[in-house]
Design a protein around this ligand. Structure first.
Ligand code: PBG
Length: 331
């Protein structure tokens, strides 16, 4: 039995800022943020991404500078995505396996600049390297094949781990890839390299600006619905998470973010493991467009959406607003 009005007035707790601080159930700090960065060729290059106002692709030297900035801001981890030039893309995405590719050079530059002061999370999927923009290998009918793709993803993950990646993040949604990657990392002596699996990744319309940023948008024919999840499904997400945990994922991710917070909450309640969410490119673009149109205050929108992830149960959030949010949080 709880008291009722006027003995209970819920507004009492909200009546001053010290009291609101005391009653606050969740906190957001820069340590909750993972900052995704796009890597491009050259030296001293910054290329703004048109569909992501405020986000640029950086050459490797610029990535190292962003890493130092992140350390100063208290951001614990970066996520890297390469913009592979068309001449280095192929049907089989072999560039993903080159020890000298953009990813590996960026990982090494970050580690040279910051050592272990920051974690480096690397995406495992072939779409930034394929000439067709799909995440895996195609058969003659254009279907993304599972098992042969997994074999390549394992080599891609090992290539990244050998360059110094701290967290391998498979975003491809092939079946069985977490187990295969974990086994290969163990055999390769990479016992402390973590796996954050994109366990519940939906076939979403919110990825458009990202595909521009990595240069696969114009190449992609068709869609990714034969491997990414149907946005209508929730129970299926729980099965995906259960499988990835059983295969050895250290943490799991839900993606996109805000439209899928119900999935975050269900995963957290069911499995009690570290859950992350990716506030994806289209979500970032929506906030920026709303702010530019005068439909909302940008800083307030950024902080409100990020605290919502924490409230839903996230351990952390991948967000293109990471550096801005960390500054707002007074880092
Ligand atoms: C690649 C990948 C994608 C994103 C992260 N890794 C795009 C896709 O699956 O098509 C999207 C991130 C974003 O939109 O910010 N497999």
């Amino acid at each position: 039995m709880t008291a009722s009005y006027p003995n209970l007035r819920m507004r009492r707790a909200r009546s001053s800022s010290w009291s609101r601080a005391l009653y606050r159930e969740t906190v957001l700090t820069p340590a909750d943020l993972i900052w995704p960065l796009f890597v491009t060729d050259g030296e001293g290059v910054e290329e703004p991404v048109a569909s992501l106002p405020g986000v640029s692709r950086w050459s490797v030297d610029g990535i190292a500078a962003r890493a130092k900035e992140a350390v100063r801001l208290g951001i614990p981890c970066l996520a890297l995505f390469p913009n592979t030039q068309p001449g280095r893309r192929s049907d089989d995405g072999a560039e993903a396996l080159s020890p000298d590719n953009l990813m590996c050079r960026a990982i090494k530059a970050i580690k040279d600049a910051c050592g272990n002061d920051i974690g480096v999370l690397t995406d495992v999927a072939l779409d930034p390297y394929t000439s067709h923009g799909q995440d895996g290998l195609l058969d003659s009918a254009g279907y993304v094949v599972n098992d042969d793709t997994v074999a390549v993803l394992v080599d891609q993950a090992l290539n990244q781990a050998e360059a110094g990646a701290d967290v391998i993040a498979p975003s491809d949604m092939m079946d069985g890839r977490v187990k295969a990657i974990r086994m290969a990392l163990e055999m390769g002596g990479h016992h402390n390299v973590q796996i954050m699996s994109y366990a519940a990744k939906y076939a979403s319309a919110f990825y458009g600006p990202f595909r521009d940023a990595v240069g696969s948008g114009g190449l992609l024919k068709g869609d990714k619905r034969s491997y990414q999840m149907d946005p209508a499904n929730g129970e299926e997400a729980l099965r995906e998470v259960a499988l990835d945990l059983a295969e050895g994922a250290d943490s799991v991710m839900v993606k996109p973010g805000l439209p899928y917070l119900d999935i975050v909450r269900r995963v957290k309640e069911r499995f009690e493991v570290p859950v992350f969410a990716y506030q994806v490119s289209g979500e970032y673009a929506m906030i920026e467009a709303a702010a530019a149109a005068g439909a909302g205050d940008r800083d307030a929108l950024v902080l409100e959406t990020l605290i919502a992830f924490k409230r839903a149960g996230c351990s952390g959030v991948l967000t293109y607003h990471a550096a801005h949010a960390a500054r707002l949080l007074g880092a």
